[in-house]
Design a protein around this ligand. Structure first.
Ligand SMILES: *Cc1c(COP(=O)(O)O)cnc(C)c1O
Length: 368
């Protein structure tokens, strides 16, 4: 095998080695099928089993109640920015509430504005998107069509600890970058969506978990591919689904169940991993400056700055010499971003933490 480096990419992101090995094995022939996972029909019995197990595993891990459907759609989380308002805002004469804590939430709200009235009930701009709101800062409209929020803002690295309380208004969440990272009380949500390529699999499939009663609100005569009700009725098989991506999500959920156990265990690990980096930031005497405020810190995307842009460049370059890759922050925030999703082992985070301490020692005299 070629050497593998520690990949801190925000997405597509690192997958567990066991998953890649199983995919490699099945690439030539699925056991007792004699055909590659890339070659089988989406109408075949073997794929039926694959999509069935993927759903069963997700239901087990997230304890999804029976009155929710699990859909496997295409178009990424970005298409959900449109599908949600097309299905639930269009023609309602009600506003939709959007809580925007970073770049992805802003994009979601922009798409919704094409379909109806959008209320930006809370926006993190004045704090440079460094925190999520406190519950008492949220004034939600009890008549809203739905409330939308982003549980983890991947670019800024801010994450909700608990979901907002939307009362009887359906709560809609873009969970792309912390899906399967911790337990979720699915019964509090009307709809959850997550592009797979951050934490659940490869690019190409978006998982949607939707409560049955919301399907009844979908207006008639939508385009089939944009209609949650028809997608649910056809069990995500109206057209050819992304077979390989769904199969890989099956392998990832298997890995979670067999190797990790459950999402409590996964969350404890993620807590432990992120603490290594946040401690290094907090104990650096201001050499490293975290972007997120402490009570809003993400377990998945740790973002921080160094005293100068030159030092940030040097940090990224020297990190690569230690096999620590993809640490450059998003251009809108700058600095460093370490994405430490489920598949990043603690050992990788330890190597990064050790490098941070060493880099600080060697460069502390350049503190601004
Ligand atoms: C990556 C990301 C998206 C965009 O996902 P695509 O699959 O590229 O459309 C949306 N929301 C969040 C929170 C993300 O991290």
């Amino acid at each position: 095998m070629e050497k593998r480096v520690y990949n801190f990419s925000p997405g597509p992101a690192m997958l567990p080695l066991e998953v890649l090995e199983a995919a490699q094995h099945d690439l030539l022939a699925l056991p007792s099928v004699g055909m590659s996972i890339l070659e089988i029909s989406h109408r075949s019995k073997s794929f039926d089993q694959i999509i069935g197990e993927t759903e069963t595993n997700l239901r087990q891990l997230l304890q999804i109640p029976n009155n929710y459907r699990v859909l496997f759609l295409q178009g990424g989380a970005t298409l959900q920015f449109s599908m949600v308002p097309i299905n639930f805002l269009r023609g309602t004469n009600r506003p939709a509430d959007y809580i925007t804590t970073g770049t992805w939430g802003i994009k979601a709200a922009k798409e919704a504005q094409r379909e109806g009235e959008v209320c930006l009930v809370w926006d993190g701009k004045s704090d440079n998107y460094s925190r999520v709101p406190q519950p008492n800062e949220l004034k939600l409209n009890p008549e809203a069509a739905y409330v939308h929020f982003t549980s983890n803002e991947t670019i800024e690295g801010v994450e909700f600890r608990t979901s907002p309380d939307s009362g009887n208004v359906p709560l809609v969440c873009d969970m792309s970058s912390d899906f399967l990272a911790r337990p979720v009380r699915v019964e509090r949500y009307g709809l959850i969506y997550a592009g797979a390529q951050k934490n659940a699999g490869p690019a190409g499939v978006t998982i949607v978990i939707i409560r049955d009663d919301l399907l009844e609100r979908v207006p008639d005569n939508l385009h089939t591919m944009l209609d949650y009700r028809l997608q649910a009725k056809n069990k995500s098989l109206y057209n050819t689904p992304p077979v390989f991506a769904i199969y890989t999500v099956m392998l990832v959920t298997r890995w979670l169940i067999k190797k990790i156990g459950d999402l409590q265990n996964m969350a404890a690990r993620n807590q432990q991993k992120s603490k290594l980096l946040y401690d290094a930031i907090d104990q650096s005497n201001g050499f490293y400056r975290g972007h997120a405020q402490p009570d809003s810190r993400s377990l998945m995307n740790v973002t921080w700055r160094l005293p100068t842009a030159e030092l940030e460049q040097k940090f990224i370059k020297e990190a690569q010499a230690r096999d620590l890759y993809e640490l450059k922050g998003h251009r809108s925030v700058g600095g460093i971003r370490a994405s430490i999703y489920n598949a990043m082992p603690t050992s990788g985070v330890q190597v990064l933490r050790d490098f941070m301490l060493e880099f600080q020692t060697n460069n502390a005299d350049q503190k601004s």
